[in-house]
Design a protein around this ligand. Structure first.
Ligand code: NAD
Length: 361
């Protein structure tokens, strides 16, 4: 049975349908709303093009080169030009069918095309189903910095079809699993974390993931409803593991490791920092680290790839989530994630971390 959610993000509402089967194009048109007049453009990448072709109905498609390295302005321009050629008006529809890269790029293009066109997302990776497609953040990378440019533009509809996962490569399962663990940790020492812990490592069937996807979508959607533009102290919690993770991802070179692998390493650092600050109960930090270990993530320092400590430091300190010029870190707490502001203990931890990285470089 499909599961429905309807979220209200500020003055935009977003419907999410979670089902097993691939949707028909007609269903996507319905989600696009009353203003849609029938002209649309599907955006995918070379790997998700066959999935778009498998859907019932014909649609003009633009396929981008896959991966984080194509998440730049050139791809945005390709999408906008294709939409123009296709004659999309303000009543047209953009359909983003792919992982987080395609979802973020398509959503950004839709947000600026004729000052905003209808958008429906079909996330095809576990990561984009549980995270990237939900909540309206769009963007692209610039100057080697992830998501340096972006907008808030929630999709009118998101169809999460578990059958898309049938072709997902092992590395991408692992990447998505990290964001799923993050969401469970955000929820604190709740049943979600325990259920996820018990999920056998070899479980890859789309069916066994549906309940976890549903739970993650519900948790993220409710957090974003309370703080749609990250102006408060709620949405920032979704960045658990991301400040350290983005610094790792950026300093290794975008695309060297997957987003999820970086977030997993970042969560391990957040557990250490939270424990040092007395905000993460040690046994809870160990439980989180235990799950990351079992799932095969690199959680140690040094990271087993050459890492330039200067690049790491500069990436860390240029984090976009700074408030009043200082870094903020999200750390796990037993009742959910918590925000830690800048203080001498944080500074000492960071200096220790960077010197460990320096010793190993
Ligand atoms: N907007 C947000 O709130 C948000 C949240 C989290 C992450 N993100 C972004 O998401 C991106 C990462 O997303 P991702 O991990 O999905 O990476 P991705 O989009 O690069 O996809 C990973 C790989 O899987 C392939 N692929 C996708 N679906 C497939 C399928 N069903 N079968 C076979 N291959 C498939 C893709 O072609 C690509 O090669 C990052 O750019 C990150 O910044 C955004």
């Amino acid at each position: 049975m499909p599961k429905f959610f309807r979220f209200q993000f500020g003055n935009c509402s977003s419907s999410v349908i979670i089902q097993k089967k691939l949707p028909r194009l007609e269903e996507l048109y319905t989600l696009a709303g009353d203003t849609f007049e029938g002209n649309c453009l599907a955006v995918c990448d070379d790997h998700t093009l066959p999935l778009v072709r498998r859907m019932d109905g014909a649609v003009p498609v633009v396929a981008l080169p896959p991966g984080e390295s194509s998440k730049g302005w050139a791809a945005v321009e390709t999408i906008l030009r294709a939409a123009g050629k296709q004659g999309l008006g303000r009543d047209g529809l953009f359909i983003g069918a792919g992982g987080g890269v395609v979802c973020d790029l398509t959503a950004f293009a839709a947000s600026v095309y004729m000052r905003g066109a209808a958008l429906v997302l079909l996330p095809t990776t576990l990561l984009s189903m549980v995270d990237a497609s939900i909540g309206g953040k769009t963007g692209f990378d610039l100057e080697g910095i992830k998501n340096l440019a972006g907008t808030f533009y929630p999709a009118r509809g998101i169809v999460i079809a578990a059958d898309f996962l049938k072709t997902l490569p092992e590395r991408e399962w692992k990447s998505g699993m990290a964001e799923l663990i993050k969401t469970a940790v955000l929820d604190g020492d709740s049943g979600f974390f325990d259920r996820l812990k018990k999920l056998p490592r070899e479980a890859k069937g789309p069916g066994s993931f549906v309940p976890f996807i549903e739970e993650a979508v519900r948790i993220k959607g409710r957090i974003v409803e309370r703080d749609p533009r990250e102006t408060g102290t709620e949405r920032v919690l979704l960045n658990l593991g991301h400040t350290f993770g983005h610094a790792l991802e950026t300093s290794l070179g975008l695309g060297t490791i997957s987003h999820g692998e970086a977030v997993a390493w970042g969560m391990a650092r957040s557990c250490e920092l939270g424990t040092e600050l007395g905000l993460t109960p040690p046994e809870w930090g160990e439980a989180v680290l235990g799950v990351l270990h079992v799932r095969g993530y690199e959680t140690g320092v040094p990271f087993p790839l050459p890492l330039d400590p200067r690049l790491f430091r500069s990436a860390l300190f240029s984090d976009k989530k700074k408030k009043n010029g200082t870094l903020r870190f999200v750390v796990p707490g037993a009742e959910g994630a918590r925000l830690a502001g800048w203080n001498a203990q944080v500074e000492t931890y960071l200096e220790k971390l960077i010197s460990k990285i320096s010793l190993s470089s």
